[in-house]
Design a protein around this ligand. Structure first.
Ligand code: F6P
Length: 324
C-alpha cells in the first residue's frame, strides 16, 4: 500500500551540527502529517550510494529534539566528488522512487546536492554547519550551540588565566571560516582574534599588543584563534618565548560540534525542516531553505551556491574597539 505514497529521502552529510536532529524530526513529522513516506538514509551520501535506507515514522524521531549529533549518522563522502559516485547516488534515488531528497548539511553537502539536481534528482537543502559559512543564509543550524560552547569555555579559562596572570590562547573550530572565532571572541571578551579571512597572523603585532595591554594594567590576556590559522600551541610557545609571559593553549576542537542544541538552534532547525516539506508540497524543485532578514525563504540551489562570502572586517574592527 505504501508503494502508492509519495516518497522522500532525508540525509545528513558532512560535519555533524547540534540541531540536525531537530531538523530531521521536523521534516519527518511534517511529511507524515501530509501522508508522505520518508526514507531515512544513513551516513549521508555514502549511505545513499549504497542504498542504506529505512522507513521512518513519527516514533523514529521521538526524544531526539534535545540531542546533539545526528541520528541518521553522517560522513564525508569522497565518492560524491566523482561523476561515478554522483550517478550511482542519483540512480538509487530513482530506484527508491524518491520525489525529493532532503539534504541537511553545509557547503560540501549543498554542492553534492547541486550535482544530483543536474542528474534529475529533486533536492531540497537545509543549511546545517557549526561554521556559519554558507553565505546564502544568515543562519546555519549548529552555530549558536558551538559559539555558546566556546564562550562558556572562555568563561572558565578566564578564571584560571586571571588567577595565574597568564596569556591564554583558545583555539576554536573553523578551517576556512572565522565566524565561530569572531563570535566566541566577542561574547567571551577576548582581546585578539585570529581568523583565516585576515590571512597569516602577524606575531610581532600580537606580542606588541600584549605588552601594551599589560602596561595599561591588564593582568592577563585572552586570544582566540580559528583552526584555519593553525596551531594554537605553537602560537602559545612563540608568545611565551617573545614576552616571557607564561602562555597556555587550549584547543576546543570537537567539543564545539557536540552537545544539546540551544533553543535558537532547535527553533531554526524546526522551522527549516517544516518549510522544506511545505515547499516540496508546493512543487518547488532544487532549492535551499534559507533564513534571510528574519524570514525563512527558498532559493534556487545554484543561486545559493553562487552567493559570495561577506566581508567580516566590520565585526573584527568592533571586537578590537571593545577589547581595549
Ligand atoms: O563541520 C565544520 C567543521 O567542524 C569545521 O569547523 C572543521 O574545520 C571541520 O568541520 C573538521 O572536519 P572533520 O570532522 O572532517 O575533521
Amino acid at each position: 500500500m505504501s508503494e502508492d505514497r509519495v516518497k522522500i529521502g532525508i540525509l545528513t552529510s558532512g560535519g555533524d551540527a547540534p540541531g540536525m536532529n531537530a531538523a530531521i524530526r521536523a521534516v519527518v513529522r511534517t511529511a507524515i502529517n501530509k501522508k508522505i513516506m520518508v526514507y531515512g538514509i544513513r551516513r549521508g551520501y555514502e549511505g545513499l550510494i549504497s542504498a542504506d535506507v529505512f522507513e521512518m515514522d513519527g516514533k523514529s524521531v521521538s526524544d531526539t529534539i534535545h540531542k546533539g549529533g545526528t541520528i541518521l549518522k553522517t560522513a564525508r563522502a569522497p565518492e560524491m566528488l566523482t561523476e561515478e559516485g554522483q550517478s550511482r547516488a542519483a540512480n538509487v534515488c530513482s530506484v527508491l522512487g524518491l520525489s525529493a531528497l532532503i539534504v541537511i548539511g553545509g557547503d560540501g553537502s549543498f554542492r553534492g546536492a547541486d550535482e544530483l539536481s543536474k542528474k534529475g534528482v529533486n533536492v531540497i537543502c537545509i543549511p546545517a554547519t557549526i561554521d556559519l559559512d554558507l553565505p546564502c543564509t544568515d543562519y546555519t543550524i549548529g552555530f549558536d550551540t558551538a559559539v555558546n560552547t566556546g564562550m562558556e569555555a572562555i568563561n572558565k579559562i578566564r578564571d584560571t588565566s586571571g588567577s595565574h596572570e597568564r596569556c591564554s590562547i583558545v583555539e576554536v573550530m573553523g578551517r576556512n571560516s572565522g565566524y565561530i572565532a569572531l563570535w566566541t571572541s566577542m561574547t567571551g571578551g577576548a582581546e585578539e582574534v585570529l581568523i583565516p579571512e585576515n590571512g597569516e597572523a602577524d606575531i610581532q603585532k600580537i606580542v606588541s599588543q600584549i605588552i601594551l595591554n599589560r602596561a595599561k594594567g591588564k593582568t592577563h590576556n585572552l586570544i582566540v584563534v580559528a583552526e584555519g590559522i593553525g596551531g594554537g600551541q605553537r602560537l602559545a610557545e612563540e608568545i611565551e618565548g617573545m614576552t616571557g609571559i607564561e602562555t597556555r593553549a587550549t584547543v576546543l576542537g570537537y567539543l564545539q560540534r557536540g552537545g544539546s542544541p540551544t533553543a535558537l538552534d532547535r527553533m531554526h532547525a524546526s522551522m527549516m525542516g517544516y518549510y522544506a516539506v511545505e515547499k516540496f508540497i508546493e512543487n518547488y524543485r532544487n532549492i535551499a531553505i534559507v533564513f534571510r532578514k528574519g524570514e525563512y525563504i527558498s532559493i534556487d540551489i545554484g543561486e545559493a551556491l553562487a552567493v559570495e562570502k561577506p566581508d567580516v572586517s566590520d565585526l573584527y574592527r568592533i571586537i578590537k574597539t571593545l577589547s581595549i
